[in-house]
Design a protein around this ligand. Structure first.
Ligand code: PBG
Length: 332
């Protein structure tokens, strides 16, 4: 009989639902979620993205409706991606005062005031005819993104978005020195209060596949591996994050999320800044496709994935599941 066996009984704390609630370590709240939205020119447009069911390309008027509906579910944070009227070599439509994102920001701000927080993706791949994230130059016989020339227009893009009402700018092009350049540019232009959410650790990932359909932004040749990171690297992620912290980033992003939970944890532990994780288009598409086949329980799997991203250390999650999750959390 003695000594008693087993000596430790962790099941004691799992025996009752209330007890499980009491000892739960990680919570997922609607206030942790950021909804990505795609906006394009026109009126009355609501075009479903086939590989991302439940997500749409919207015109400014339907975007207003969409945000209104999201707001009634408790969602307050939005990040905007633009599909412009026209594309060229340098992505010049990104900088227009009447550009698609600038219009969307002004209308959203006009309609919803301070009830919502608006973030903007700062990059050129949606605006360039070649689909790369900046201005190209030729080096050693092949085309590549010109880092410093791209920084100059990136700063202009951020200032233009700040002027139109962005609360947070989120540079996603993985250019060296982008955070320092943007911080200086915003401060000089009178936008010292606008925060920078840096896509500090962004991998060259195949999980972005559906997004490129959504944003109509696939590279027309080559890939993004001269600027986005190699999925095999961890030390490099810490170096990228450290640089952005030193350059003045207010928040750090790791992207994608699910295959990079180790990176999220390390970035959180090392720097202590708020960390965002981007639960990207391909992660969303996998769940939706399996759920449509009846192979997975969509609600349980989605909540498990997002809770795991929070458990890994993410303070906030950019996710296309945001509306569904907000609904489920409301139902309890
Ligand atoms: C670049 C950008 C991309 C995503 C967000 N910002 C695409 C890329 O880097 O090719 C991907 C997001 C997703 O897959 O959900 N502007």
């Amino acid at each position: 009989m003695y000594p008693p066996f087993p000596t430790s009984r962790p099941r004691r704390l799992r025996a009752h639902p209330l007890l499980r609630d009491l000892v739960r370590e990680t919570e997922l709240n609607v206030a942790d979620l950021i909804l990505p939205l795609f906006v394009r020119p026109g009126r009355g447009i609501r075009r479903e993205i086939s590989s991302m069911p439940g997500n749409y390309q919207l015109s400014v008027d339907t975007l207003i409706e969409e945000v209104g509906a999201a707001l009634s579910l408790g969602l307050r944070y939005f990040i905007l991606f633009g599909i412009p009227e026209s594309k060229d070599e340098t992505g010049s439509s990104a900088l227009r005062e009447d550009g698609i994102i600038q219009q969307a920001l002004r209308e959203l701000r006009h309609t919803f005031g301070q009830e919502i927080l608006l973030m903007t993706d700062e990059c050129f791949c949606e605006y360039t005819s070649h689909g790369h994230c900046g201005i190209l130059h030729q080096r050693r016989g092949s085309w590549d993104v010109d880092n410093d020339a791209t920084l100059a227009i990136l700063v202009e893009q951020c200032i233009s978005h700040a002027r139109a009402g962005a609360d947070i700018v989120a540079p996603s092009g993985m250019m060296d020195g982008m955070v320092a350049a943007i911080r200086r540019g915003l401060d000089e232009a009178g936008f010292a209060h606008v925060a920078i959410l840096s896509y500090a650790v962004k991998y060259a990932s195949a999980f972005y596949g559906p997004f490129r359909e959504a944003a109509e932004s696939p590279p027309q040749f080559g890939d993004r591996s001269t600027y986005q990171m190699d999925p095999a690297n961890r030390n490099e992620a810490l170096k990228e994050a450290a640089l952005d912290v030193n350059e003045g980033a207010d928040l750090l992003m790791v992207k994608p999320a699910l295959a990079y939970l180790d990176i999220i944890r390390q970035v959180k532990d090392r720097f202590g800044l708020p960390v965002a994780a981007y639960n990207v288009s391909g992660e969303y598409a996998m769940v939706k496709a399996a759920a449509a086949q009846g192979w997975l329980d969509e609600r349980r799997v989605t909540l498990e994935i997002l809770t795991s991203i929070r458990r890994a250390g993410a303070d906030m999650i950019l996710t296309y599941h945001a509306r569904d999750v907000a609904r489920w959390l409301k139902q309890g």
